[in-house]
Design a protein around this ligand. Structure first.
Ligand code: PLP
Length: 404
């Protein structure tokens, strides 16, 4: 039994009479008690709006919110004013596409991203490209689930204005050599946007090592509450990025016919921000930083991937999608199909036994279409999983192939 699991109260309650086998952390992660306690304390003893109140309760809440910003900044080695709180990765990506993309793109410009990108990247950029007469081009994915770096080289040109990539693919689990991509993007004058939704929870984002211009990730995938995300914007880009949403909090002065905005990060935080959620996210980061050695965590998750891959290799109807050898070394998720069985049937059957996996196109429908599959079954691991979870999944899959 792993020593982190006891910190997550959800595992104390059976699911419809079955022990909970939760293998869907790439979708959203379970919450440690420390985060639940931080939220409870804030809501029951410290709650007031931030940024506006002049009374002590509001001043303290504001301080807690800004402390959360500083904590996130420290977590990824950014400066606090480079951290914008959003509602999640999707909101962060939309903010970049509109605030930066609409301002900087011109007719004929190119945006590059891998064909596996999440809908939350593909769709906002498709939209902005259409508005501006720009084109989105896709870096092909090789059959082993890695990026075709030669094709990337061939696609690069001075027309490329932005390169966007998931640090870890939510479809294949591939860890991308982002520095190689960043260097080449910068060499043609393009900015680089990192989708760290699947890497930040595993402690992989460090701006001192990964010089991305923008980074987005979600709090709920790393033990934090829902409704909170992080958008890192390099300070050099702040002044040349108009606001995206307008409203309270972000305004410096407003008149009947005009307004002026505050500086970043506030100019990108219109309305009452998700401050309780930000405090919950800070508690999640605290928890991870005090309880987890990220290298150990990643090695542990990879060992669970290796166990699953080994088990699947003994099932003739199972086909793994992704860089199998690397997943066993550094992965935290494994995607696969079972020949002749619909992925939803498999996931529903497993679910009836308390085994939670994701099944479907994994928010990457164009890729699923390209691969000619209806979807994938994805098992994703985090710090509370155990070898027993993997064995239960494999036993469940053996049942699935008997039944269908
Ligand atoms: N990008 C990747 C790689 C993801 O895995 C996800 C979540 O599934 C997202 C973006 C979108 O995250 P959210 O739904 O929290 O905005």
């Amino acid at each position: 039994m792993n020593h982190w699991r006891a910190d997550f109260p959800i595992f104390n309650t059976p699911l419809d009479g079955h022990p909970l086998i939760y293998l869907d952390s790439a979708a959203t992660a379970q919450k440690p008690q420390a985060v639940l306690d931080a939220l409870n304390t804030f809501y029951t003893q410290e709650y007031a709006s931030v940024g506006r109140g002049i009374y002590p309760l509001a001043e303290r809440a504001t301080q807690r919110y800004e402390d959360a910003r500083a904590k996130v900044a420290h977590f990824i080695k950014a400066k606090p004013h480079e951290i914008v709180f959003t509602s999640g990765t999707t909101h962060g990506m939309n903010t970049i596409a509109h605030a930066w993309g609409e301002h900087h793109l011109q007719r004929g410009d190119v945006i590059l991203m891998p064909a596996w990108e999440h809908h939350s990247t593909m769709l906002p950029w498709q939209h902005v490209a259409l508005l501006k007469g720009a084109v989105v081009k896709y870096i092909p994915v090789l059959p082993d689930g890695t990026l075709d770096m030669n094709a990337y080289d061939a696609l690069l040109s001075s027309r490329v204005k932005a390169v966007i990539c998931s640090h870890v693919s939510n479809v294949f689990g591939t860890t991308v050599p982002v520095n190689a991509l960043i260097e080449k993007a910068h060499s043609v004058g393009a900015c680089f946007i990192l989708d760290a939704a699947q890497s930040a929870p595993h402690g992989m984002v460090n701006l001192e090592k990964i010089p991305a211009d923008f980074i987005v990730f979600s709090g709920h995938k790393m033990g934090g509450p829902t409704g909170i995300g992080v958008l890192y914007i390099n300070e050099k880009l702040h002044d040349d990025m108009p606001v995206y949403q307008r409203g309270g909090g972000m305004v410096y002065e407003a008149h009947f016919d005009r307004a002026r905005w505050r500086k970043a990060p506030y100019k990108f935080e219109a309305g009452t921000p998700p401050f309780a959620q930000a405090i919950g996210l800070a508690a999640a980061i605290d928890y991870l930083q005090t309880k987890v050695n990220f290298e150990q965590l990643r090695a542990f998750e990879a060992s669970l991937c290796a166990r699953l891959i080994q088990g699947l290799s003994l099932m003739p109807r199972a086909k793994i999608y992704g860089p199998v050898d690397s997943l066993a070394q550094e992965g935290h998720l494994v995607s696969f199909t079972l020949e002749g069985i619909h992925v939803h049937d498999a996931a529903a059957f497993l679910g009836s036994q308390g085994i939670c996996v994701r099944a479907g196109n994994l928010c990457a429908q164009p890729l699923a279409e390209q691969l000619g599959i209806q979807g994938l079954i994805r098992a994703s691991m985090y710090l509370y999983n155990t070898e027993e979870d993997i064995d239960a999944l494999l036993a469940g899959l053996h049942e699935v192939v008997k039944v269908f």
